[in-house]
Design a protein around this ligand. Structure first.
Ligand SMILES: Nc1ncnc2c1ncn2[C@@H]1O[C@H](COP(=O)(O)OP(=O)(O)OP(=O)(O)O)[C@@H](O)[C@H]1O
Length: 268
């Protein structure tokens, strides 16, 4: 078997309580592997620990126990082979689109002219050719997401970590962006870990969907190969008979957890 691009092995994450109380075990003994070139989505009820797992994979959060391996190497510190696209707005408001896109290259000391050239190419690739001098407040939510996408992909990471990147967008813009991500991914075939609470999105995009249990002590409780042919259009694929079948099968596992998660939130 080829080496996993990203392997989270027996990960447990405990958060200390502020008042010196018991603390909270968000994730317990979770194992998750993503092969090179594989697109894996993780779904689970709200607050179950999806972002926590992603942060562990990014090297932003050290697990309480367990191990992270990146192409076979044990990870300590930031995962330099990964690009990370957050849920919220992560653009620097004082920088225009181009300067936001090339920020990572600048930090990596790429010469300015070369970074600029690459930045303009990437802006074009995400449909923002000619918008390089726009500031974040002069762009729509969808345009800002495109800038974030270019900012993530410009460094050509071998692993792409996405945490509900399109959840704030309206449905049409969201589907356009999902198709764009799939197109870019088909061209480069990097390993993707995609976090979402939207099962339709997960099935439409992925090679494999992993279902997490409700918290505390979240861990994977099911995984499903998405054997629907590519290329896929995320809107059209929803009517594919196999999509409907897979949706039913995954929802059967997820439903119970969503109800548990909801009940816990009401108690909190
Ligand atoms: N730094 C922290 N300190 C204490 N508790 C935390 C911390 N980070 C996360 N948690 C808790 O761990 C649990 C999992 O959080 P996480 O953000 O990973 O869930 P999620 O599945 O990504 O949520 P959502 O679906 O709402 O985005 C939550 O109960 C959260 O309150």
């Amino acid at each position: 078997m080829p080496e996993a691009a990203l392997l989270l092995e027996n990960i447990t994450c405990r958060f200390a309580a502020r008042d010196g109380g018991q603390g909270y075990t968000a994730v317990r003994d979770a194992t998750l592997s993503i092969a090179p070139g594989e697109f894996v989505s993780v779904v689970g009820p709200t607050g179950c620990g999806k972002s926590t797992l992603l942060n562990v994979g990014a090297g932003l959060l050290a697990p309480s126990s367990g191990q992270v391996r990146v192409f076979g190497q044990e990870l300590s510190g930031i995962n330099e082979r990964a690009g990370y696209m957050f849920q919220g707005e992560a653009l620097m408001p004082w920088r225009n689109a181009l300067d936001n896109v090339v920020a990572g290259l600048e930090f990596a000391h790429m010469p300015r002219a070369q970074a600029r050239e690459l930045g303009l190419q990437w802006l074009k690739r995400v449909g923002l050719g000619g918008f390089e001098t726009r500031y974040p407040h002069q762009m729509s939510g969808g345009m800002r997401k495109r800038v974030m996408l270019a900012q993530t992909l410009i460094r050509d990471p071998d692993i792409i970590l996405m945490d509900e990147p399109f959840s704030a967008l309206d449905i049409q813009t969201r589907q356009l962006m999902e198709n764009e991500v799939l197109e870019l991914w088909m061209a480069k075939r990097k390993a993707v870990l995609f976090i979402t609470h939207d099962l339709d999105e997960a099935i439409a995009m992925s090679d494999r969907v992993v279902v997490l249990s409700a918290g505390p002590a979240t861990h994977p409780i099911g995984q499903f190969e998405i054997d629907i042919p590519r290329p896929r259009d995320v809107a059209e694929v929803r009517t594919h008979p196999r999509f409907v079948e897979l949706h039913q099968a995954i929802w059967d596992v997820l439903r119970e957890e969503v109800l548990k998660g909801y009940a816990q939130q009401k108690r909190a």
